[in-house]
Design a protein around this ligand. Structure first.
Ligand SMILES: *Cc1c(COP(=O)(O)O)cnc(C)c1O
Length: 421
């Protein structure tokens, strides 16, 4: 049962709770405009119970799927969207977008430094290269981030001196110690790119960012974006899947890659699971708000203990991730172990560093979630590499994060792992 919570741990948590109090009101108020947008989309598209079932087999003419696509497009402020359970993950949705749009000889330029781990193999800059964009003759370059982790805006013109079919912008920090990009910043980058090369497409990896701000990258000129349904927009109940959203012709190109040319967005059953996708979207504004408050709580606790946290408590957020620079593998293990022990599923498991398909470093993961791998439920992980940063994200209720943090505090205290001072 519950471990002894020391008076010290209880004090730390009480102090953290007090520090996030001003954010609670703001974040709670932020749910309303987002939910309003979701409800307006349901109303405009006349969502009814008959949209919950789906057509089996080919899935041709599936009204639920078609309505879901239009609802997502409205919520994401995009011309079109495709929401599919056939997307295995966010990586798959992003890969479909890249392979769907890019052609041999095209140049892809990452504006936000090295992309998320799993995209390295998609692009062909790590691993065997088999089936990668590189193997299909797509030229890849990246613009390094500045030392402070921001985009090197002064170097964009030079980086775009060559004809470029697409730039890639990663909104979230991913597994790197850098600030996430705000939607306004993304909008400014879109302007810069279009001024330099009007025909260059802007693609945004929108993972973890959805609904955190009031608008999405597609509202500020991004041509195409993609993300996962077991993150923000699935509202913790979508069983799997991903989405692409943006200009209609580009969404269709991504779908032609997902299914086949000629089928595009018009096939693919939803296995009678449409209700979960609609309901997940309905819950998403609330879940994202709770996840942000869980992130605030993690920041407050570790900041008080003297660890560097990113973003800073009360600083702007553009995604649901809270990074904590723990600095030592023993600390990363202790915290992940404590979080795992407080997970609803698999609490008895001891997280050990393990290789993950698509990732370069071994990953330590604490995620006893109902949906496997879901990071909109409270979870934390970190690649086992310097500087041993813990990335915490998700959380359906603050109480869960509090319990997990209490246990982590006790583990650090009892293990003699706290920084001196
Ligand atoms: C989660 C994530 C992805 C995709 O990851 P999957 O685990 O494949 O869904 C891509 N980019 C970023 C920045 C992410 O956070």
């Amino acid at each position: 049962m519950s471990p002894q919570i020391s008076a010290w741990a209880a004090d730390q948590l009480a102090a953290a709770r007090e520090r996030i109090a001003p954010l609670v009101a703001d974040r709670s108020a932020g749910v309303k405009p987002r939910l309003e947008r979701v409800l307006a989309a349901f109303a405009a598209e006349r969502l009814g119970v008959h949209h919950f079932a789906s057509v089996s087999g080919y899935g041709h003419g599936d009204q639920g799927r078609e309505l879901l696509d239009r609802v997502f497009a409205r919520v994401l402020q995009a011309e079109a969207a495709a929401v599919r359970l056939q997307f295995v993950s966010g990586t798959h949705a992003i890969a479909a977008a890249l392979f769907g749009v890019l052609r041999p000889g095209d140049r892809l330029l990452a504006l936000t430094g090295r992309p998320y781990d799993t995209l390295e193999e998609v692009i062909g800059i790590r691993g065997s290269g088999q089936g990668s964009l590189a193997e299909f003759g797509i030229v890849y370059d990246e613009l390094d981030l500045l030392a402070d982790g921001t985009v090197d805006e002064a170097a964009i013109a030079e980086a775009l001196a060559l004809p470029t079919r697409m730039v890639l912008i990663q909104r979230s920090c991913g597994y790197s110690w850098r600030p996430s990009l705000s939607v306004a910043q993304i909008g400014r980058l879109v302007e810069r790119v279009k001024a330099l090369q009007p025909g260059c497409l802007v693609f945004v990896d929108n993972c973890y960012g959805e609904l955190v701000e009031l608008s999405e990258p597609t509202a500020v000129g991004a041509d195409l974006m993609a993300g996962s349904l077991i993150k923000n927009l699935g509202g913790t109940i979508a069983p799997t899947g991903g989405y692409v959203a943006g200009r209609a012709e580009l969404v269709e190109q991504a779908c032609c890659r997902l299914t086949a040319p000629g089928i595009g967005s018009e096939g693919g059953t939803s296995f009678d699971l449409n209700r979960l996708l609609f309901q997940g979207l309905f819950l998403a504004p609330q879940m994202v708000s709770e996840a942000l408050l869980c992130a605030d709580l993690v920041a407050a606790v570790f900041d008080r203990l003297g660890f560097a946290v990113k973003p800073l408590l009360g600083g702007p957020r553009s995604d649901v991730i809270q990074a904590v620079r723990l600095g030592e593998p023993a600390l990363l293990k202790a915290v992940c172990r404590a979080f795992q022990a407080c997970s609803p599923v698999g609490s008895y498991l001891d997280p050990v560093p393990a290789p993950m398909p698509g990732y370069a470093s071994e990953l330590l993961m604490a995620g006893g979630t109902f949906i496997d791998g879901s990071t909109s439920e409270f979870s934390a992980d970190g690649p086992l590499r310097e500087p041993y940063v813990l990335y915490a994200q998700g959380g359906t209720h603050r109480a869960h994060a509090e319990l997990a943090l209490e246990r982590a505090l006790v583990a650090l205290e009892q293990g003699g792992l706290l920084p001196v001072g």
